[in-house]
Design a protein around this ligand. Structure first.
Ligand code: HEC
Length: 199
C-alpha cells in the first residue's frame, strides 16, 4: 500500500508522504501509484509568461500594425526578390525571340532536337511524322517568331505537341536556332516531300 505512510492534511487538497516529505495529490491513486503535487518550477512558469507576452506583442504587430516582415507571403516575396537580384543579369534581360548563333545555344538546341523532336522530324531533320526541316517549305511560316509560336503552342490536331510546359523559353529558342542555323539547307538521307509554302 502506498498510502500507509501518508499524513492527511485536512485544510489542503494534498497529503504529505511522511517518508519523503513529498506532497501527494489527494484521492489520486491508481494501482498504488500516487501523483506528486509539485509546484511548477519557477523557470518553467516564467518561460510560459514570456511566451504569452511574446504572443501579445506578435499579434499586435501582425494584426494591428501589419508589420510586413511577419507576413509569410511578404517574406517569401522579399526572399525571392533578393535571390533574383543576386542572379547574373541574364535573368533580368527581357527575353527576345531571335536566332541564336553561339555554339552553346546550338549545342543545347541539338540536344533537345535529338532527345525530343527527332522522333517525328528525324535526327537529320528529313521529316517523318513531322515535316522536313531542311527545305525552304514551311506550313506555319519561316520566321523565328513563326517557329517559336509553332513549338510553343503546337499544332495539336496535326500531331505537333505544344512545348510551352515541357521546354523553357530558352530551350525552345535554342532548338529553333538549331533548326534554322544547322539543319536548314542540309541534305537529309531520306527527305520528306515539301509541305507548305516555299519561302
Ligand atoms: C509527335 C510528333 C512530333 C514531335 C515529337 C515534334 N513534332 Fe514538330 N511537327 C509535327 C507535325 C505532325 C508537324 C506538322 C504540323 C502541321 O501539319 O501543321 C510539326 C511541325 C513542326 C514545325 C512547323 C513546320 C512548318 O512547316 O511550319 C516546327 C518548327 C516543329 N514541328 C518543330 C518541332 C520541334 C522543335 C520539336 C521538338 C521540341 C518538335 N517539332 C517535335 C510532329 C512532331
Amino acid at each position: 500500500m502506498a498510502t500507509d505512510h501518508t499524513k492527511n492534511n485536512h485544510n489542503e487538497d494534498y497529503e504529505i508522504d511522511t517518508l519523503t516529505n513529498d506532497r501527494l495529490i489527494k484521492d489520486h491513486e491508481y494501482d498504488g501509484i500516487r501523483e506528486l503535487d509539485n509546484d511548477l518550477p519557477p523557470w518553467w512558469k516564467w518561460l510560459f509568461y514570456l511566451c504569452i507576452a511574446f504572443a501579445i506583442v506578435y499579434m499586435i504587430r501582425l494584426w494591428v500594425f501589419h508589420s510586413d516582415d511577419l507576413i509569410q507571403n511578404r517574406e517569401y516575396e522579399l526572399a525571392m526578390a533578393s535571390a533574383a537580384a543576386a542572379q547574373p543579369e541574364k535573368n533580368n534581360a527581357a527575353f527576345e525571340v531571335r536566332i541564336l548563333t553561339d555554339p552553346a545555344s546550338l549545342a543545347a538546341g541539338k540536344e533537345t532536337w535529338t532527345k525530343i523532336c527527332s522522333v517525328c522530324h528525324l535526327m537529320d531533320g528529313g521529316g517523318l511524322v513531322g515535316p522536313n526541316m531542311t527545305d525552304n517549305y514551311w506550313i506555319h511560316g519561316n520566321t523565328v517568331q513563326d517557329l517559336y509560336n509553332t513549338v510553343t503552342n503546337g499544332v495539336i490536331e496535326k500531331g505537333m505537341i505544344p512545348y510551352k510546359d515541357q521546354l523553357s523559353e530558352q530551350a525552345r529558342l535554342d532548338v529553333i536556332s538549331y533548326i534554322l542555323v544547322d539543319l536548314q539547307g542540309t541534305t537529309p538521307a531520306i527527305p520528306k516531300a515539301p509541305q507548305g509554302t516555299e519561302y
